[in-house]
Design a protein around this ligand. Sequence first.
Ligand SMILES: Cc1ncc(COP(=O)(O)O)c(C=O)c1O
Length: 428
Amino acid sequence: MTFSPPAPRTAPDGSTPGEPSVVELYQRHIGSGRAVMGRVMGGMAETRSEGPWIHTDDGRRFLNFGGYGVFLLGHRHPAVVEAVHRQLDAHPLASRVFLEPVAAHAARALAAHTPPGLDHIHFVNSGAEATEAALKLARAHGRNAVITTRKGFHGKTLGALSATANATYQSPFQPLLPDVTQVDFGDAADLKRALADRRDRACVILEPVQGEGGVRIPEPGYLREVAALCRESGALLVVDEIQTGMGRLGTWWGVDAEDVSPDILLIGKGLSGGVVPIAAMAATADVYRPFSQDPYLHTSTFGASPIACAAALATVRTMERENIVARAAALGTRLLAGVREVCAPYGGGLVREVRGRGLLIGIEFSAEQAVGELLLELIARDVLVNHSLNSTHVLRLTPPAVADDAALGLFLATLADALAATAARMAV
Ligand SMILES: Cc1ncc(COP(=O)(O)O)c(C=O)c1O
């Protein structure tokens, strides 16, 4: 008689009875800090998603108004998923010997929307890699003196980290790139002083609105002044739109608000369509020339992979077809008004300020502790948001443009409830 043992029962997180849990596997193999954070957040593992929703292994469904700016199209937008499926079935990764059509078409589609003149595209796999590419390209032009802004965020690889003005992340890795100067974001006079003795050795890098810096929006005219100062001094201007670009601010790019066209534009996050990681550096023909002339000067095995470019191409087409930029602007206006109304009773006390542009919204608290408390209160009510890496007093919202009225209403009602609980708890 043959005996077949029963198939092992599989837990929702993929583990089988007697096997270590996801938290334990993180603890053993990925990092104890991440495991502890996972426990603090409730110990669930996320396993599925669609639109603005993320599902966890315990059967819960979370409204994702966070995602660090990636999910402007929500999770698994059907058009992006379909394009990626097709590419998967045809040719996901390239030999890199022949030319590859999807990268070519994705570059053309993206260049149709970049600011005037920025029609050369270098695809990479992450935002930090886009920053690295820009810093190297600047160096190829002799622009070795980096000027960055305080609280700016440009990634955490070694070169990018040199431009990310946060001592906590920089200190363990010093010395970083030499000749990096920090100036105050929003202060054109400070930039002018920094440029004075660097002039055409300088590469200025900044975000149009600081995301990780806590949704800091400069005064109107600042970007135009920055661009003029760079032009006058011969400095190269890199605008990092990894978080703000691709419609997040209710315009294709943050620089659109001031009609500024930088030498280099960095793109990431939303370009993925929330499906396959991809980022890019766009540059003018003149600035791009070193990379253009020598295709081996700066390369990466997986850069411009067909599978990622299929996601990027489908993302741009979906944004055009579904009018995503205008939808982000309209939804952002309503969300900002709603959040302001919900936060109004706490103004001058727990809440210092609510600010935002498009679908990048920050709630600044008077006490740092409120950010963590509110984040957990929201998780307890099945809503996800983010903290800000370079501004610990600011809770950040980066919801999808495809969220509907019901999702918006649910978010605002939940925020009101969670804020009340946070205020009560912090009064103790
Ligand atoms: C403005 C900006 N630049 C660069 C990065 C780094 O991107 P990545 O995390 O994909 O390396 C980020 C990520 O948050 C960002 O917001």
